[in-house]
Design a protein around this ligand. Structure first.
Ligand SMILES: [Zn+2]
Length: 251
């Protein structure tokens, strides 16, 4: 008698399992059939391109140095150079985030707040590196280009390396006097959480260099040189994927 029950039980169980698996399959099939194929992108696809924060120095009330002979403020020169740098990098399929893209401070509350916010942007947007662009002033005899990195930045070695690549490109492209790569703990460098450098493209206190710095063709050369230095660093660090180098029309 027991074995009849057992056989009946196994039989029922088998029917139930077949029915369930059929229902599951049907449900899955229905879901698959109704899923849109093209219009909805896969959820939260992470942008895996290398990402760079470009910081045009100063802005708004913070004019930076004022050109000694032309009166053109540094903030205007840095924004122009940064724009060329951004455009070139985007053509290379690099994700570029600007601390500002118009004549304003990033945080108008105070200069300190402004600099802190600039330094923290790279962390917020998960960038790979940070480059601040400036034009120096000293006296009428000094001219040339130099690049700074910070010893307090958590990536001092990488920052120094990045500084070297950008410096070499800048000197090569502009033909400016090679002043060198220096260590200096500027806020935007030391408070950054990624490799960070500050580029002094030239001096607005030097008559000839100031004239060059306010000229669009020179600004473009400077922007592209900085971008090429960044690309060389990214390549050296293995952050450039082969497709990043090839697909130049994706923005
Ligand atoms: Zn400056």
């Amino acid at each position: 008698m027991k074995s009849i029950f057992r056989t009946a039980f196994i039989f029922m169980l088998t029917i139930l399992m077949v029915a369930c698996s059929h229902t599951d399959h049907q449900a899955e099939q229905t879901m698959t059939d109704h899923r849109p194929e093209q219009d909805v992108p896969p959820p939260s696809v992470k942008d895996t391109r290398p990402a760079v924060v470009i910081d045009p120095g100063h802005g708004g009330e913070e004019t930076g140095a004022i050109g000694w002979h032309t009166g053109v403020p540094e903030k205007q020169i840095t924004l122009a150079i940064a724009g060329y740098c951004r455009d070139y990098l985007r053509q290379q399929n690099i994700r570029v985030i600007m601390t500002r893209s118009s004549d304003r401070m990033m945080n108008a509350e105070s200069k300190d707040h402004d600099l802190h916010d600039r330094a923290q942007l790279a962390d917020k947007v998960e960038a790979d590196l940070f480059v601040s662009i400036h034009a120096d002033q000293y006296d009428e005899t000094v001219h040339g280009s130099k690049v700074f990195y910070s010893e307090i930045n958590p990536y001092t070695d990488q920052s120094q390396e990045l500084a070297g690549y950008v410096f070499d490109e800048l000197i090569g492209e502009l033909g400016s006097r090679p002043l060198g790569v220096f260590m200096e703990d500027f806020i935007v460098l030391r408070e950054n959480s990624v490799p960070a450098i500050l580029v002094e493209t030239g001096f607005v206190s030097h008559r000839e260099e100031e004239q060059k710095l306010i000229t669009p063709s020179y600004q473009k050369k400077a922007g592209m040189a900085i971008a090429k230095g960044i690309m060389a660093y990214l390549k050296h660090e293995g952050l450039l994927k082969p497709e990043s180098e090839k697909s130049k029309d994706v923005h």
